[in-house]
Design a protein around this ligand. Structure first.
Ligand code: SF4
Length: 352
């Protein structure tokens, strides 16, 4: 028998109703791709939380990026972000209206654009969790061209999980393996102390099944701890050099999450000593004007259910637009855009 079969047999022997939340788009892709929800016992419910960095970027942040692009800077962004809707369209639409928006695969690509266009101001739209923040921190520490800045929208996952706990009915968490390679498993200790089993998991089917099996063992024993189910990549203390670089470059700040609102201490902002490369300061006037002119209380999100999907309260097929008006080719909400988005994965792997 394969590892997966052994683990499924083990999991099936335990008849325990449990709701497990993961907070990682790559975990969702593995779970959807291999149809895991169909083979797990019906008592085990696996929910997807706010684990897709593209999905949780707010309308406001996208509107600001668009405003920057429309003001004449070269705005560089990962491809997925180009199609995420803000309150007034997407970066892709801004490009079709003449804005200079360029897709990049890394901050290094964006720096190259700045070096080749010394008379232009180049802004990199820096999104992502603890996995991408150290890469950008390293680039800042190496030194950047004068005409280059970052519009930072980095977010930290443990504070978001903490903010969700009071709102949703969850029994255990699968911690995101790639985030844990950077931060280690200790930031998740607070959840174990609150009585939630937590297991850091890798991204193959057997890794996810192993994490579920380990969570069930914790539930049966009554001891809730943080376990490392991905030791081939995760050291318990994480990557201390990456953590140091993040601390050198970024301050912890409050951040807005799509669907979750403002979460205390869940974001990063560039430290004062690197202010010359902080687009939020350099273009403060443009950003202030943009924020002043738009009321985000009035953004119509009544049809898109992303906010509830990111909280694990609803599933994509609870949305009336799923697979009809909203598809990966014609995304209405952010959860359909990215390959890490819940709606995207459900559309792709559940037969629609
Ligand atoms: S299917 Fe589309 S509109 Fe519906 S919740 Fe998902 S992203 Fe939003």
């Amino acid at each position: 028998m394969s590892d997966e079969s052994d683990l499924l047999t083990k999991i099936n022997k335990v008849s325990l109703p449990i709701r497990i939340m993961h907070v990682c788009g790559t975990h969702e892709r593995t779970i959807s791709r291999y149809g895991m929800r169909d083979v797990l016992p019906s008592e085990i419910e696996v929910l997807s939380g706010p684990g897709c960095p593209v999905c949780v970027t707010t309308e406001r942040e996208i509107d600001i990026a668009i405003e920057l692009a429309m003001s004449g800077v070269i705005l560089t962004s990962f491809g997925d972000m180009m199609r995420v809707p803000g309150s007034r369209g997407s970066l892709m639409e801004a490009r079709s209206q003449g804005a200079d928006v360029r897709m990049v695969y890394s901050i290094d690509d964006a720096i190259t654009i700045a070096e080749k266009n010394p008379k232009s101001k180049v802004v990199f739209f820096a999104i992502g969790f603890e996995t991408t923040a150290p890469i950008n921190a390293a680039a800042i520490l190496r030194g950047l061209p004068e005409n280059f800045s970052l519009f930072v929208s980095h977010k930290l996952t443990p504070p978001a999980v903490l903010a969700l706990i009071d709102e949703i009915n969850i029994d255990a968490f699968i911690a995101p393996g790639h985030v844990c390679t950077i931060v280690g498993i200790h930031p998740y200790q607070q959840f174990a102390d609150m009585g939630f089993p937590v297991v850091a998991a890798g991204f193959e089917a057997k890794d996810v099944l192993l994490s579920i099996s380990m969570i069930l063992e914790q539930m049966m024993s009554g001891d809730t701890i943080v376990e490392n189910g991905y030791p081939r990549a995760v050291r318990n203390e994480g990557n201390t050099r990456a953590q140091e670089m993040m601390e050198q470059v970024f301050d912890i700040s409050d951040a807005q999450w799509r669907g979750l609102g403002t979460i205390k201490g869940s974001g990063l902002s560039i430290r004062n000593e690197f202010a010359d490369h902080d687009a939020a300061l350099i273009f403060e006037d443009i950003i202030d004007k943009q924020v002043r002119d738009v009321s985000y209380d009035n953004v119509d999100t009544s049809l898109c259910r992303c906010a509830n999907i990111l909280k694990g309260r609803e599933k994509p097929n609870d949305c009336a637009l799923f697979g009809k008006r909203c598809t990966p080719e014609t995304p209405v909400g952010s959860c359909m855009v990215s390959q890490e988005g819940m709606c995207h994965n459900w559309y792709r792997y559940r037969g629609l």
